[in-house]
Write a protein that binds this ligand. Structure first.
Ligand SMILES: C[S@@+](CC[C@H](N)C(=O)[O-])C[C@H]1O[C@@H](n2cnc3c(N)ncnc32)[C@H](O)[C@@H]1O
Length: 313
């Protein structure tokens, strides 16, 4: 079966790599092109032509729908006979990898080491059930949210309670600001409702979320940055405000340092007197990094398991 990519399929790679497996786990094929949406600058798998790739290595994402979509896309672009390695930590979907690949009619050999499962196969001439999985994992507009979204992006089919609390508490902003880890643009959409906002940077690591945000925020005041907020080369400075619901997971594992890094980044890009509105799970210890980075920190709300702070530089 051949499924065409949605637009302008291209032959750019004989080998692809999805994700960033630790070097001691697997050696990617030489010259492999990165196709994970979480690596800024990577190639979008969807743009690759059917049956154009010889080798693929995939560090499978943990979510079932997202993982199956990625596997279906990779099988779509592999040539018949093409070589595929898929791995995942045992505790984050590794135990289900083999079944996930067999649903497409693949014959899989499986191995386990260093707390990971490894599946290897050669892409069969014909595949089954690719089309429904590709459709189920694709971007779509959800009518109840009124927004474009995609399985795999943060809180893809519901409003996150932390974001909901920030939306309730957030003031009307003025001037130039940023939404750090802006996702599909839920906070940005509210920020832009104020005509006093002159411009807004939406900074986001996940290309899929950013693509949805572009569709959700049809507003010339927004600039989209596909970038890691932790990179110090952000050109943002002297901002009047930042609004954010920082991530606290990296690759499926809780990482509290991420939120602290977002707080430092927000402080660095604000002007003196500028404000950062931040929401977080109430168990996350953000008081210390907030007090270290800002002159004045005020708790604005604490309910439903979430907190909202206003921090002034
Ligand atoms: C808790 S979500 C908030 C999303 C959105 N602002 C909302 O309120 O629904 C955090 C977002 O940060 C993004 N993210 C994670 N790590 C990042 C990083 N290092 N740099 C930029 N964005 C990141 C995630 O992809 C996710 O969209």
């Amino acid at each position: 079966m051949t499924i065409s990519a949605s637009s302008a399929p291209v032959n750019v790679a004989s080998a692809i790599l999805y994700g960033q497996p630790a070097p001691d786990l697997i050696t990617p094929p030489p010259g492999a092109v990165q196709v994970s949406p979480l690596v800024p600058g990577s190639t979008d798998l969807v743009t690759l032509a059917d049956q154009s790739v010889d080798h693929a290595v995939v560090l499978a994402p943990p979510g079932t729908q997202e993982r199956d979509y990625v596997l279906a896309q990779v099988l779509r672009v592999l040539k018949p006979g093409g070589d595929l390695w898929v791995l995942a930590p045992k505790s984050r979907g590794g135990a289900r990898l083999r079944k996930a690949l067999e649903q497409f009619g693949c014959q899989v050999t499986e191995d386990a080491r260093r707390h990971h499962r490894f599946c290897h196969l050669r892409r069969p001439e014909s595949l089954r059930d690719l089309a429904p999985v590709l459709a189920a994992g694709a971007p779509r507009r959800l009518s109840d949210l009124g927004l474009w979204t995609q399985p795999g992006v943060f809180s893809w089919d519901r409003l996150d309670p932390g974001s909901a609390l920030l939306l309730e508490e957030m003031p009307t902003f003025t001037g130039t600001g940023a939404d750090l880890g802006g996702g599909i643009g839920i906070l940005a959409s509210r920020v832009l409702a104020s005509p006093a906002v002159q411009s807004l940077w939406l900074v986001e690591l996940d290309r899929r979320a950013l693509d949805c945000a572009r569709r959700n925020l049809d507003d010339p005041r927004v600039q989209f940055l596909w970038q890691d907020v932790r990179q110090p080369d952000l050109a943002l400075k002297d901002l009047d405000f930042v609004a954010m619901n920082p991530p606290f997971h990296d690759g499926g594992t809780e990482d509290r340092s991420l939120g602290a890094a977002f707080i430092r980044a927000a402080a660095a890009m604000l002007r003196r007197g500028g404000v950062c509105w931040i929401t977080a799970n109430r168990h996350l210890p953000y008081e210390a990094p907030l007090s270290d980075a800002f002159a004045q920190v005020t708790l604005k709300a604490d309910r439903g398991g979430y907190k909202v702070y206003e921090a002034r530089k």
